[in-house]
Design a protein around this ligand. Structure first.
Ligand SMILES: [Zn+2]
Length: 385
């Protein structure tokens, strides 16, 4: 890419900083807690209108009975496609903006519900395409921009849509926040497995005839110790038993016990190794029944060679065209990037730079908005050429 092109795009977006903040304020003040369909429908429709105006592209509304309608934006054309992901729902409740976390600007920081996670990234994404359109920078690939409404609940109604678009894409760019104030991209996200362990024993009086009982709690304690031994920190694999329950009262041998198990892995290979072990847990005490249900909740976003290639492209643009060092990090938390990773190389954390996702001090850095928007525009230019 020529320096002239990079300079034009960067200058254009720098000149839009105050417009970006105005748009951020509007989007933040349109509160969008995931479970409020009406609010999310309104915000989705508003974003669709913005997309059409700013990019000249077209939008499709994907009707949703449960949560807000999802919006699919299409920009440019080509036989191949690049997918961009953003969600517009937040973890904040209606009214929080008035009572808990008003939109406000302090120095270089913009505070408010969803500024960092992830309405800021969404604004940066819209402006990146706006810059390409206004400067007549055509790409040879189509860009599909999905705006979804239920990420904060684990994307129950958008997962399928996201996966279908990922299958058709050469790569996926996720506008989730960068890692804290360093602004690092996310090149590895752990996969999540969730399981329920239920143990059936036999009740008996703890004093009169304890020998007739089979304690489900005793069995559970053995299973829990075993499960923790599956943790392998070197491989990034961890097992956590987050809840246990069981028994009825102090003087009865417990007939029942249950546990919730959380498994995190960095690679599919570790899922393949550990999941069968958990699913096939056998009782230690003869006569008890052990049952396990559950499985993969999100696959891992693995730091594959293709992911590293994507990151290196972004890093080079940051260094040569924008004058900063772009870092990469791994995270144990999940995003929609986990769903796309099995189908197309995925680069995550391309959104806002700031801090405090889901917390009262949630904010982004205003001066980073045009920079990160330019990073995305230049990356699209590079990937779409
Ligand atoms: Zn998010």
């Amino acid at each position: 890419m020529s320096n002239i092109t990079a300079g034009r795009i960067t200058d254009f977006l720098q000149s839009k900083q105050s417009e970006m903040i105005e748009m951020l304020k509007i989007l933040v003040e349109k509160e969008s807690t995931t479970v409020d369909k009406k609010l999310n429908d309104e915000l989705g429709a508003y974003i669709a209108e913005l997309f059409r105006q700013m990019t000249g592209g077209k939008t499709t509304t994907i009707q949703n009975d449960l949560y807000g309608n999802h919006i699919k934006g299409e920009f440019g054309s080509g036989t191949e496609q690049i997918l961009i992901l953003a969600h517009f729902d937040t973890v904040w409740q209606k009214g929080d903006i008035l009572e808990k976390i008003p939109f406000k600007i302090v120095d270089d920081q913009a505070y408010g519900p969803g500024t960092f996670d992830m309405k800021g990234g969404l604004v940066q994404g819209l402006y990146a395409l706006h810059a390409l359109k206004e400067l007549n920078e055509t790409l040879s690939k189509k860009v599909v921009f999905l705006f979804t409404s239920d990420e904060e609940l684990g994307s129950p109604t958008s997962q399928h849509l996201i996966e279908e678009e990922a299958k058709k894409s050469v790569c996926v760019l996720v506008l989730e926040p960068a890692i804290s104030t360093e602004g690092a991209l996310k090149t590895s996200r752990k996969g999540v497995g969730m399981f329920k362990l239920s143990i059936q024993g036999r009740a008996a009086h703890a004093g009169v005839e304890p020998e007739k009982g089979l304690s489900a709690i005793h069995e559970l304690s053995k299973q829990v110790s075993y499960l923790y031994k599956l943790t392998d920190l070197k491989k990034g694999t961890t097992v956590n038993v987050g809840t246990v329950s069981g028994g009825t009262t102090i003087n009865v041998v417990a007939a029942e016990a249950n546990a919730d198990i959380d498994l995190r892995v960095k690679t599919q290979a570790e899922f393949d190794r550990v999941i069968p072990i958990i699913k096939n847990l056998k009782p230690n005490i003869e006569g008890l029944q052990v049952e396990v249900s559950g499985g993969v909740n999100r696959p891992p976003l693995e730091r594959t060679e293709e992911v590293v290639n994507l990151y290196n492209k972004a890093k080079k643009i940051a260094k040569e065209d924008l004058g900063f060092t772009l870092l990469e990090k791994e995270t144990g938390g999940g995003s929609d990037g986990n769903f796309t990773a099995p189908f197309a190389p995925t680069l995550d954390g391309l959104g806002a730079v700031g801090d405090g996702a889901h917390a009262l001090h949630e904010h982004l850095f205003i001066s980073e908005m045009p920079k990160r928007s330019a990073l995305l525009a230049l990356l699209l230019k590079e990937l779409g050429s």
